[in-house]
Write a protein that binds this ligand. Structure first.
Ligand SMILES: [Zn+2]
Length: 130
């Protein structure tokens, strides 16, 4: 049950964050799906310069990457909203300790308390080293 956490406040915070992330995805998506064939009658089916192709591709790669990042954020936000419903929000999934309120305000969809998050970072870093 709630341990002095204002669920309503964090619910609102998560909803707002969710809207922002959705907005970012909406902004990025048309660019990724843009079809040069449909931009106008005069456009040629193939870009005329190699540079154009790589420009378009690198921009698409970046946009796709951003979208996958935002999609992951969205999943985390939805999971956090579900934890509010389950009344487990604000509890670290690793150590089951309470997550600091200030940390929740900063990263409303975090699953981990500060020390667990730091431990995970260290572990990931070690994994990346070897
Ligand atoms: Zn923890």
């Amino acid at each position: 049950m709630s341990k002095g956490l204002n669920y309503k406040y964090f619910h609102k915070l998560l909803q707002k964050k969710r809207e922002e992330v959705l907005e970012e995805i909406r902004d990025l998506e048309p660019k990724v799906e843009e079809n040069p064939l449909e931009t106008g009658e005069e456009s040629t089916p193939f870009p005329t310069h190699i540079a154009d192709v790589s420009d378009i591709e690198s921009r698409r790669d970046r946009d796709s990457y951003m979208i996958s990042q935002y999609t992951q954020d969205l999943k985390d936000i939805d999971a956090a909203l579900q934890r509010i419903v389950d009344k487990t929000y604000g509890i670290c999934v690793d150590c089951e300790g309470e997550i600091n309120k200030e940390r929740l305000k900063a990263i409303s969809y975090t699953r981990y308390c500060k020390s667990c998050a730091e431990n995970r970072e260290k572990t990931n870093w070690k994994k990346a080293e070897f």
